[in-house]
Each structure stands twice: as C-alpha cells, then as structure tokens.
Write a protein that binds this ligand. Structure first.
Ligand code: ARG
Length: 584
C-alpha cells in the first residue's frame, strides 16, 4: 500500500469517528515544506454539507488524530491552518518504512486500478498521402504517454489509429497516378515507392488547379473509388501502403507503441455511415437543412444565436468527418466494449468533439461510457508563429528527428565512449529531448520549438533527467569496481538527514502522480515530478556522503535510496515513452 493510500485510510477513519461521515479527506502533498508533508482539505467541502464552520470541523478531525489514536504511527503532527486546512507531518519511521516497501515492490507502490477499465485511446491519426508533419507529432507523443500510463495502471488499453484515408482528395491523387500510367504493370506497384509524399501531393494538386480536363477526371475518379472500381481501389491501396511505410518508419524512430494492428481507418467505417444517419432519424434527431441532413446538438449556438448544426450527410449524398466519428464511437462502444474513450487531437477540434459527444449522449449510445477530448496547443517557431520551414513550408517530422539526433551527438562527441555507444546515446537523447520538450509543457498551451533548450543538460529537459539517472548508475559501477560488499536486498531505509527526508517524501509521491496523470490526462505533471525528484536527488547527493558514509548501515541505506531514485526516474521516463542510457 502506498504511503498516500495509508494516509488516506487514516484520515477517513478520523473523519468517521469525529464527524460520523464517510468523506474523501482530499489529501495533497503540501505546497510548502514549512507547513508539513501533506495537507487534507476535506473540511471546506464538508462545511457546506454539515452547516458548520470548516475550522470547527477541522479541529474535530485533528483531535481524532491525536497521539494515542491509531494514526500516530503514521502522523507525527496534525495542525490546523487558515480557514480549515489540516497540515500533516509524518513520522520518519513511516516514511522510511514506506520507502522500503516501494523499493521491494516491482510496481514501485503503484497499485493496479480497481476495477480496471477498457479504455480506447485514439491518437496520431495521420492522413494518407500526406507526410506526417510536426502537428501530428503532439498527438502521437501525448497519446502514447497516456496509453503507457493507463496500461501501467492495469487498464486494458485499446489503441486506435484513426487514419485519414478517405475523401475527395483521393480522386486527385489517384487520377494523377492513372495519368502517369503508374499501374501499367501492376507488379511494378509492389516495388515503386513514392519518396516524397508531400511533393507528390503538391504536384497532383497543381495539376488539378490548372487543368480543367484533369479536374473533371479527378471528380469522376472519386465516384469510381466510392463505387469500388477495382483499378481505382488498387491505386488507392497503393497510396495507403506507401503512406504506412512512411508512418511506420516515424513510429519506429519515435519508439511509440502504435503498430498496424491499431489502425482502424476512416474508410473502415464506410459501411456503417448510412446506419448512423438512420439511427439519428430513428431517435428523432435528424433534420434537413438546405438539402443536407443535419443534427442540432443541444447547447450549441452559432454567433447569430441560432442552433448550430452538425452536418452528417451533404446534399450530394457524401458523408463527413463527423459522421465517421459517430460511426467510430458506436464501434468503440458496441464492439470494443469501451468504458472510456479518449481522443488526442489539437485544440482546434475541441468544438467538433464536444458536438460529437453531445450527439452520442442524445442518442443514448453509451450512457455510462466516459468520453474525453484531450486537446493540445500548437508548436511554434522561434518567431512565435506556427512552426514552418524558412520558405514557409510544413516542417517534416523525419527532418526534425534527424536534426535532434545530430545535435545530441555533438553533446557526447568528446566523451570517452566507443562509437556505437555514442550513436545509441545520441538517438536516445535526441528523440527523448523532442518528446520530453513536448510532454513537459502544459499540453493546452502553445510552445516554442527550440533545439538548444530541449537538449540542454540543465533545466526541465530529457538530458537533465537522463543524466541524473546516469550519475546514479556510475555510483553503482564504482561500488562494483571497488569491491565494497554492500547489501542490496532487504535493506531497511533510514532517515538521518533533512535532504534524505525530503527525497524520500518526493519518491513516495510517485504513485499519486501516476494516478493524477491518468485522471487529468496531463503528462506534464509526471515531467514536473521527475524534474523535482532529480533536483531532490542532487541536493541529497551534495549533503549526504554515500560511499563514504559514517557506517555500513547508513551507506547501504543511502545506496538503496539511490537505487530507488534511479528506478523511479527510469520508470517515469518509460511511462512518457523515453528511454534511458547507463552512461553518457
Ligand atoms: N486525421 C485527423 C487529422 O489529421 C485526426 C483524427 C483524429 N481522430 C478522430 N477520431 N477524429 O486531423
């Protein structure tokens, strides 16, 4: 049981005996160590419900925690503060024993969720025949970190890559291939690779804009595609295969969990789109507006104050992005049996998802399914405008990763390591830096993409955290080389110094932070935590002798503490999808 869980139980007990109520103590780590280790804020909320002053309630709770109560092994001191906060200082013995438990536990005291849920997480979602660009980076990285965290908590995580592989633009692309006679020899298609998808797309679009005959043929091509013409379908599949080749290379480099089995593309819902419109009709929600079929989700008004429609079928019979999302939601509820569905896209799609969720509610499709949109801001260039190349083009992801790795290799260039190790370190640091820079920002905010900052060895960066891990590993190498026979397992941790105490306290917050990330879907909370943990470690290391400690018991305890910090850093980074190295 994690320390916070024990503390939670003790406070619940105190509230019950003092107020005869079952209430969440609302525990949080203290914001300022001067006031204690944790604080409990339950009295504020209870005051309304019980019609008493929060301070009076808090006083009663504090009395129930007094020495002699069951909580005294855990709590050294409980004091009243402000309008009714309870500050708690824990006993050193409780801290030391909880840290020893954490050390002995493979899960680092992170309890599996009870009950575990089936959680669908929709992320990445790049578009076929367009190169993945920096905008898809965020969805891929944030989604992957959330998938890893939820999985670690024991949930059944079902990843869904909602690949954009349908729409009128395919008429243009396929007609362009036909025009160039690419499928003259069908076997040839198996070998030809489109090296530059963006360039290909631009050329096709240019042709479409400048050549009326081509444009007309491209429009007919859409009809061929929709009616399942086999030559057209063959070329469409060819475009998909090419794009996947490209996406998978990026996924592999980023080290994300997504694979082909996670793809459930837009086109896979084609057969269920008519059924969505039918379901809306059946529920009495379908309306006609200018020949289009629309639904008006409750609570959405346009600038003119009129109800805002969501179009599900155009007047020409075509379906839309929203229709596909309704079909996808239905599939996730009915076939995947999701209990929670999470969508990771940029914040410009917030209104789209809010409307989709509202329609799902009105359809009563998944009454107890929780839908979450996880929006994020834009990546900015040094000029604080959306990140673009010098010539104003979209920045390719592959080039960004190349750059980052190349710059990271400069960091380790003059280290005394062999070439192969250096290359691997540069990979881990380069890719890790790009991911961490993204994850460590509050996701809703825009952030400036800055290689120098993300690769810096100081500050809230991947290199700083990986370096902290590396330094601990080097202590253990020294232990091995020097032949000091220290105890590794079954070491009882003890607290002998203030820096040691705050480090232990920080370590014990890990389970709470992992749970907070799963609840808020905000990975930056874990980043902030790891940064503080590394800072706490450095302070400890400056103040407390480890290998030269006064006695063997203190040395072994401190080494155990080092080991726990290293494991927590490594696990935390792993949950963010970032690797570590043993030296750098
Ligand atoms: N392909 C979409 C885009 O690039 C993202 C898909 C997000 N998922 C969804 N279910 N709509 O914007």
């Amino acid at each position: 049981m994690s320390l916070q869980t024990q503390l939670d139980a003790a406070l619940r007990q105190a509230i019950r005996s003092a107020l005869d109520r079952d209430a969440d103590p609302l525990l949080a780590p203290a914001t300022n160590p001067k006031f204690g280790d944790y604080q409990a804020n339950a009295a504020m909320g209870l005051s309304k419900a019980m019609g008493q002053k929060p301070r009076d309630l808090a006083e009663k709770i504090v009395a129930a925690l007094a020495p002699g109560s069951g909580a005294s092994a855990l709590i050294a001191e409980a004091t009243l503060a402000g309008p009714g906060f309870i500050n708690l200082r824990l006993t050193d013995a409780a801290l030391a024993s909880a840290a020893s438990d954490m050390l002995a536990d493979d899960r680092l005291s992170v309890a599996p969720a009870d009950p575990p849920q089936r959680i669908v997480i929709d992320y990445s979602g790049p578009n076929v025949a367009k190169e993945m660009h920096i905008g898809h980076l965020r969805s891929t990285i944030i989604g992957d970190a959330l998938a890893r965290t939820l999985d670690y908590l024991g949930h059944t995580v079902i990843r869904q890559n909602h690949l954009g592989d349908w729409g009128t633009q395919f008429g243009i692309l396929i007609e362009f291939l036909v025009d160039m006679n690419w499928d003259a020899d069908p076997k040839q298609l198996n070998h030809q690779v489109i090296a530059d998808l963006d360039k290909f797309y631009r050329q096709a679009k240019q042709r479409f804009d400048s050549d009326g005959t081509f444009a007309a043929a491209a429009r007919r091509r859409v009809v061929h595609l929709q009616s399942g013409d086999s030559r057209t379908l063959g070329l469409w599949k060819y475009l998909i295969k090419n794009s996947l080749l490209h996406f998978n290379t990026i996924y592999m480099r980023l080290g994300v969990l997504l694979n082909d089995g996670d793809i459930r593309s837009e086109s896979s819902y084609n057969a269920s789109l008519a059924g969505v419109v039918e379901a809306l009709n059946h529920a009495g929600l379908l309306k006609v507006s200018d020949g289009a079929r629309v639904v008006y989700p409750d609570g959405f008004k346009g600038k003119d104050g009129e109800p805002m429609p969501m179009i599900v079928r155009k007047s020409d019979g075509g379906y839309l992005y929203a229709t596909t999302d309704l079909a996808a939601a239905r599939y996730r509820i009915e076939q995947l049996h999701a209990q929670r569905v999470i969508y990771v896209t940029d914040s410009r799609q917030s209104q789209h998802f809010a409307m989709v969720f509202q329609v799902i509610k009105q359809l009563q499709w998944g009454d107890d399914v929780r839908f979450d949109h996880v929006p994020f801001g834009t990546i900015l260039g040094p000029d604080r405008k959306p990140f673009k190349t010098r010539s104003g083009g979209t920045v390719k992801l592959s080039e960004v990763l190349d750059q980052a790795v190349q710059r990271a290799s400069r960091v380790v260039a003059d280290r005394d390591l062999d070439e192969k190790d250096k290359q691997r370190i540069a990979q881990v640091i380069g890719i890790g830096s790009v991911k961490y820079a993204d994850l460590s920002n509050d996701r809703i905010k825009d952030y400036v993409f800055d290689y120098d900052r993300m690769l810096a060895l100081e500050g809230n960066t991947a290199p700083y955290l990986i370096n902290a891990y590396v330094r601990i590993q080097s202590i253990f190498r020294k232990v091995e080389e020097s032949g000091i026979g220290c105890r590794v397992s079954g070491v009882g941790l003890k607290i002998t110094d203030e820096a040691e105490r705050s480090l232990v306290l920080k370590l014990l917050q890990f389970p709470g932070v992992v749970n907070a990330v799963a609840e808020s879907l905000e990975p930056h909370r874990l980043c902030t935590y790891l940064y503080e943990l590394a800072g706490g470690y450095h302070q400890f290391y400056e103040r407390c002798q480890v290998l030269k400690a006064d006695d063997a018991a203190t040395r072994d305890s401190r080494l155990a503490l080092c080991r726990l910090v290293a494991r927590t850093l490594q696990k935390g980074l792993k949950l963010l999808g970032i690797e570590t190295v043993d030296r750098m």
